[in-house]
Each structure stands twice: as C-alpha cells, then as structure tokens.
Design a protein around this ligand. Structure first.
Ligand code: TPP
Ligand code: MG
Length: 556
C-alpha cells in the first residue's frame, strides 16, 4: 500500500503537474522528494513561503496550468498568508499543500489550530486523511478547474507518512472539464441582445476570464458583428492586439485620449473582467453606458459596482451564442435597427485609433541632476526591450509609469498581483510567470520599498537561470505615502528610508547591474543588455517627482 505522500505525488503527476514551488518542512518534505525523485517534477526552492505561494500564483496567472506550492506546518503557513489572500482575491488557480503537526501535538500551546485559520482566509480548505487522500486531491483539482479560487490541502505529517488506506479503490485522477458545460438561459441572452440592438457604440471588454476561456477569436468576431470596439483590463493587455478597432487598456491606466474614446460607449459587454474601480476608471469611464457583465462566477457579478445585466457563463460560450443571435440582427436593415450596421467601427473611429499616441503631451525631458525622468525610462524600456515580453508591476507611486506606458507581449503577459495591495507582491509572481512562459522576456518594475520587502527571492531568479530584467524605481522611500502626507499638507520625512545600493546587492547575488540617473543613460544600458542574463537596473527617481496618472488613480 502506498503512503499518503506517495499517493499525493502520484496524483499530482497524473494531473499534469510538472513544476512546484516550495520551502520544505514538516508535512511536505516527503511529498517534495517524491515529486522530484519519482516523477521528475521541477522543484523551485524558494527563500520564504510567501515566495512559494506567490510564484505558484504567478505561474497560474499566465498559463493553463495550476500553480502548486508546498509549505510546512505552523510558520510555513503563517509566512505564506499574504500571498494566499492575494491568490484568493484574484481567484488564482493555486493549490497550496500545507503541512500540519500531528494531532497528538495539538495540545502544545505553541502550535496553531491550522484548519480554522486557513478557512478564515476564505480559502477552500481540505484536511487530507489517509482513507480519502485520492478523493481529497480530486476534490481540490476540481475546485481549481472550476475557477473557484485557490485550495489548501492540509496534510498533517503523521497522515503524510501513514498508509493510503483508500488506495484499493483507486480511481483515475483526471481534471474535469465542467466549467464550460453550463450557460445562461435564452431569455437572459435575449435581454442582452435587446441592449446590443439599441447600442450605437458598444464596447467588448475582455479580462482574464476571457483569456482563460480562450475567447479571443470569438470575441473579435462578435465585436465585428455588432460594430463594437474592443478593450481589455490591464492584466489582459494585448489580447486584441491584432484588431484595428482595439483601443487597448481600459481603466485608470488608460491614456487620456483612450479614456475619452471609451467614455463615449453606450454599452459595455464585459467578458471575464472583475470590473473593479481601476477598470471603471473610478466610476467615470463608462458614463451612463449600460453594462453587461459575463462571468463564470456568480459572486463576481455586480460586486464592484452597478451593472444592468449579469450573465453567468463561460466567456467563449456566451460570446458564441451572442454571435449566433447577432447574425440574425445583421440581417435587419439599418433603419430597422435604429443605427448603422457598422456601429462604432467607422472609418472615422479607425482613423482616431490609428492616430492614438500614448506619448503625446508627456514630458520626457525634464530631469534634475542625479535623477532620471521616469517617463523617459519607461519609453526606453518600451522601445528597446524585446516586444514578446512579460511585464510584472509591484505596488507604489511608480506603478502607473509601467501600467500606462509599458506594453507587454501576447496575452496573458501582464502580472499585476495588486489584489491585496501588498508592497513587494510582484517579484514572486514574476518568477513563477517567467517559469511558466519561458517564451517571454521577463521584465519586473518595482519601487525601492517593494524591492526591500521581497529581495530574499532575488537569489531564486539566479538559481533558476531566469534572464529577468528588474527595474527598481528608487526614490529613497515611500513616495505613495509622501503623496498622502502632501495632500494633508504635512511633512513627509517619516516616509523617507534611504535605500541600500540595490545594484551592488544584486551584483553580489549574480545579477548584471547598473545605476541609472538619466533617461538617455537608460537607453544606453538597454541597448547593450544581454538578453540571456538576469539584470537589475537601479533607476534614481526624484523623491517628489510628480505623476499625474497616479494622482488620478489614488484619488479614486
Ligand atoms: C504590506 C504593505 N505595507 C504597507 C503598504 C502601504 N504602502 C503603499 S505604497 C507604499 C510605498 C511603497 O514604496 P516603493 O515601493 O518605494 O514605491 P513608491 O511609492 O516609493 O513609488 C506603501 C508603504 C502596503 N501597501 N503594503
Ligand atoms: Mg519608493
């Protein structure tokens, strides 16, 4: 009879897991070893459990696969909590296998009662037992397949080492494909078609859920059929790159010209987007447009703001049904429809979109001694880095420089793990995403505060041989906090923390590194950048550099 850890390893391998992230310890060490030694699974050893879960999260955000993290009991769990909550808020397909103490240890006061703690995170928590281990894993995989967010498998170490007493009734572990099997009623779709028929300027908006359901071609066909422009959320950036009627990113990080265009819409068809305040431009972007939100997860519908119709269903499946109905609509004359058949896809709009220039009006030149102009730095990145790139952005005042101005490659290639608002949230996901998508050149934009909070994983970048470019926007402290103090007309020196020499630290860890104090210097450095080596560039940014996009975003 196999042990529980052997059965878990076999089940994970059978489910197609080829990469796991972890920091081993009580409850997960045997499983880690089995996965590597018996199934050839790639084990990414992280320096902190936060990193393990964050990397698994990033891995799942840009790939079809699930992200698997293995962390140990007690402090392994508590160390991973910020990343677990982030994954939960993002609905990421993360399987966290968490060790636990044997039940006989539970009376020891230093031990946590883990199950209530895990459940309190709002995450589906499955305590693995020796009699049900295979069912437990199947249950977890099915939850993940249904996009119900992360799952914790809690494995006490005595259970891990026990015999799998249910193994006699072994059934084949095959992830299900239930998620596309159900859809909305005819009458709901009729209501949506009613709004489409009336709309003069419809907008098809795609979020991560649309990418997950591979809805791209069908959404483009729908947009063409109903005369809609297309747009994406920031994480789905680039999803409609080939459509000449695509306006790009919708939300707080859209340029003013794009925001003006989007605000003319009278119907938003949102596919797999959470429609949070950022996407809605803090309420201002969609004006009085009607909003139809389509999502697999009922709880998402209308959660972040008013909508007119909520449709439960898979993005591609719903789009296909709407496309079928819209074909009939296309047979009506313009008069019968009350608007032209081309809708918003007119020659004039095409011209307007073709002439969008995100750099128009941006001050790329003002620079004080010793400090680089951050817009010039972003422009250098945008123009000189390989275009098929992954872009990860951390949290801070600097974030809109990359959010607005740095394009990413074929979607999904944006990693913005901002759901829990934690500084230092993005390096782990960037590493996980880079390992999931070695075809993309990984670029990480982070502040000095965020870097200091997460730099323990720099070494993981090197050990994994990831040719990542890390750009640290270093303004010697917490610019976002300075901004809040400034608004209250208070002094902000408490938000200043002089940075260490990140370039020197990175060099010691094996990175190429540079310190940049001018936009032109950034261009020179990037022009010489070897694409196959990890590199950290410390960009010195003025401590009170104004950033109108961020001021706007922070007002909301
Ligand atoms: C875990 C955590 N602690 C504190 C904060 C509050 N906070 C938000 S932005 C920020 C500043 C981050 O500094 P840095 O990475 O240098 O970016 P900057 O704002 O300076 O551009 C802080 C401290 C937070 N969001 N998350
Ligand atoms: Mg800073």
């Amino acid at each position: 009879m196999p042990t529980v850890h052997e059965s878990l390893a076999a089940g994970l391998a059978a489910a197609g897991v080829r990469t796991v992230f972890g920091l081993m310890g009580s409850g997960t060490d045997q499983l880690t070893r089995d996965l590597v030694e018996h199934y050839g699974v790639r084990y990414v050893a992280t320096r902190h459990e936060h990193g393990a879960v964050a990397m698994a999260d990033g891995f799942s955000r840009v790939s079809e696969g699930i992200g698997v993290a293995l962390v140990s009991a007690d402090a392994g769990l508590t160390n991973s909590m910020t990343a677990l909550v982030t994954a939960r808020l993002a609905g990421s397909r993360v399987l966290a296998i968490v060790g636990d103490q044997a039940s006989s240890y539970k009376s020891d006061q230093t031990r946590l009662d883990q199950i209530p703690l895990e459940s309190a995170l709002g995450i589906t928590t499955i305590p693995v037992s020796a009699a049900t281990v295979q069912r437990d894993l199947l249950h977890a995989l099915r939850e993940l397949d249904l996009d119900r967010g992360p799952v914790i498998l809690n494995v006490a170490w005595d259970v891990s080492n026990a015999e799998d007493t249910g193994s006699e009734s072994r059934h084949e572990l095959r992830p299900t494909a239930l998620r596309r099997d159900y859809g909305p009623s005819e009458s709901t779709l009729d209501d949506v078609m009613g709004l489409i028929a009336l709309a003069r300027r419809p907008l098809v908006l795609a979020g991560r859920g649309a990418i997950r359901s591979a809805a791209g071609p069908i959404l483009t066909a729908l947009a063409r059929s109903i005369g809609a422009l297309t747009a994406t959320t920031l994480p789905a950036r680039g999803y409609f790159a080939d459509d000449e009627f695509d306006v790009g990113v919708c939300g707080s990080f859209a340029t003013d010209d794009v925001a003006r265009l989007i605000s003319e819409t009278d119907l938003v068809l949102s596919f797999g987007a959470g429609l949070n305040a950022h996407t809605r431009g803090h309420g201002g972007l969609f004006g009085r447009a009607r909003i139809v939100q389509i999502d697999l997860e009922p709880a998402v519908l209308g959660r972040r703001g008013p909508i007119n119709i909520g449709v439960i269903g898979d993005a591609a499946a719903v789009a296909r049904r709407l496309l079928e109905s819209s074909t009939q609509l296309g047979e009506l004359t313009a008069e019968e429809r009350g608007r032209s058949a081309e809708g918003w896809r007119t020659a004039e709009t095409k011209h307007q979109i073709a002439n969008l220039d995100k750099w128009r009006g941006v001050d790329l030149h003002t620079e004080s001694d010793g400090y680089a102009n951050p817009y010039a730095v972003m422009r250098a990145c945008d123009e000189l880095l390989p275009t098929e790139r992954l872009v990860a952005i951390d949290i801070g005042y600097f974030m809109s420089y990359a959010g607005v101005y740095l394009e990413s490659g074929s979607a999904p290639s944006m990693v913005c793990p901002w759901e829990y608002g934690a500084i230092g949230c993005a390096l782990g996901p960037a590493i996980g995403a880079a390992l999931a998508r070695p075809d993309l050149y990984p670029v990480m934009i982070i502040g000095d505060g965020g870097m200091a909070a997460t730099m323990n994983e720099l070494d993981t970048v090197i050990r994994c041989g990831i040719p990542m470019l890390i750009v640290v926007m270093d303004d010697g402290g917490f610019r976002a906090e300075r901004e809040l103090f400034r608004r209250r007309e208070q002094s902000f020196h408490t938000a200043d923390t002089p940075s260490p020499d990140f370039a020197g630290v990175a060099r010691a860890l094996g990175f190429d590194s540079h310190t940049v104090t001018a936009g032109t210097q950034m261009r020179e450095v990037l022009a010489e950048l070897p694409p196959d080596r990890a590199c950290l560039i410390r960009v010195m940014v003025h401590p009170t550099q104004p950033n109108p996009e961020m001021v706007k975003a922070m007002q909301g």
